[in-house]
Write a protein that binds this ligand. Structure first.
Ligand code: PMP
Length: 306
């Protein structure tokens, strides 16, 4: 996905021109991967751009920072104000917001200098993550030979830059093998998640999704879909799922901020019964689209207007 520059980036409480938002090549987070970040979407609504679940994302950013012993020195409200100001200054009516908390230039070595915490917020336009075809006809997944980072390897609850390498290895291997994305397993063979998205499986009208204890990042889109599904009267169970259960599912779909809601067409070349976007997946995706675009009054509290 190519970046299209916008006018400005917020760095440590200052707006700087896009091209000047630079860090030193000896920035330790570049060398050792000690950093945490978020991905947040803003959507066009009838009342202008609105950020979806901004405070929840920023809270998760600060939680991730806590796990990595970093104190950026900003509250959620303060980062929210700066994010909204950034959107206004860039003039984007929809797009992607990327906060990142990392360690700045000054010390080297794998013992992090936790006094050099830096914070940046950037925003840019970002379209479909898996592409229109996958969105409409469903994505083709393969189970990766790369296991998900274990709970005692790298904390999956924290969205960290270093942990992303695990996802990237799985994603690159899947793309090279001709698939759209990878599903990653825990060491005990339970399905954790896709490279940057959570999984839902539907069987006999019930939604199943792996629990937090199965090495997932508890996605905010996952939480959104669980809420919408329950409000629609559907049953959602958080429980361990094996790969063969997905092979025989009626429907399955992925959720994530960048990816949004994408149906699963096949796993390991086994087409799912729904063969594309199944009826419940469609219902939930339509409900999600209404919510993020401000067309459903009941969930307006999830939107923050710029
Ligand atoms: N799992 C991983 C590993 C991710 O990187 C993401 C993207 N943030 C998700 C799940 C989905 O989380 P969310 O819905 O909060 O974007």
């Amino acid at each position: 996905m190519q970046l299209t520059p916008t006018s400005t980036i917020w760095m440590d409480d200052e707006f700087v021109p896009w091209d000047e938002a630079q860090v030193h090549v000896l920035t330790p987070s570049l060398h050792y991967g000690w950093g945490v970040y978020e991905g947040i979407r803003a959507y066009a609504t009838n009342e202008g751009p609105a950020v979806f679940r901004l405070h929840d994302h920023l809270k998760r950013l600060l939680d991730s920072a806590r796990v990595y012993l970093m104190d950026p020195g900003y509250t959620v409200d303060r980062l929210a104000d700066s994010s909204l100001e950034l959107l206004r200054r860039t003039g984007l009516d929809s797009g992607y917001l990327r906060p990142i908390v990392y360690l700045g230039y000054g010390a080297m070595g794998i013992t992090p200098d936790l006094n050099s915490v830096r914070t940046t917020l950037a925003a840019w336009a970002w379209g479909s993550y898996l592409g229109e075809k996958a969105e409409q006809e469903g994505c083709r997944l393969t189970v990766s030979s790369w296991q998900r980072n274990g709970i005692n390897t790298m904390p999956p609850l924290a969205k960290s830059t270093g942990a992303c390498v695990n996802s990237s290895l799985a994603k690159v291997a899947a793309l090279r093998a001709g698939y759209d994305d990878a599903l990653m397993l825990t060491p005990t063979g339970h399905v954790a998640e896709a490279s940057a998205a959570n999984l839902f499986v539907i069987r006999d009208g019930v939604l199943h999704t792996p629990p937090v204890s199965d090495y997932i990042l508890p996605g905010i889109t996952r939480d959104t879909i669980m809420t919408l599904a329950r409000d629609l009267g559907l049953t959602v169970e958080e429980r361990s799922i094996t790969r063969s259960e997905i092979y025989v599912a009626d429907e399955a779909f992925l959720t994530g901020t960048a990816l949004e809601v994408v149906p699963v067409a096949s796993v390991d070349d086994r087409p799912l019964a729904s063969a594309g976007c199944g009826p419940l997946t469609k219902q939930l995706r339509d409900a999600f689209e209404d919510v993020v675009h401000g067309r459903d009054e009941r969930y307006r509290h999830w939107l923050t207007h710029a």
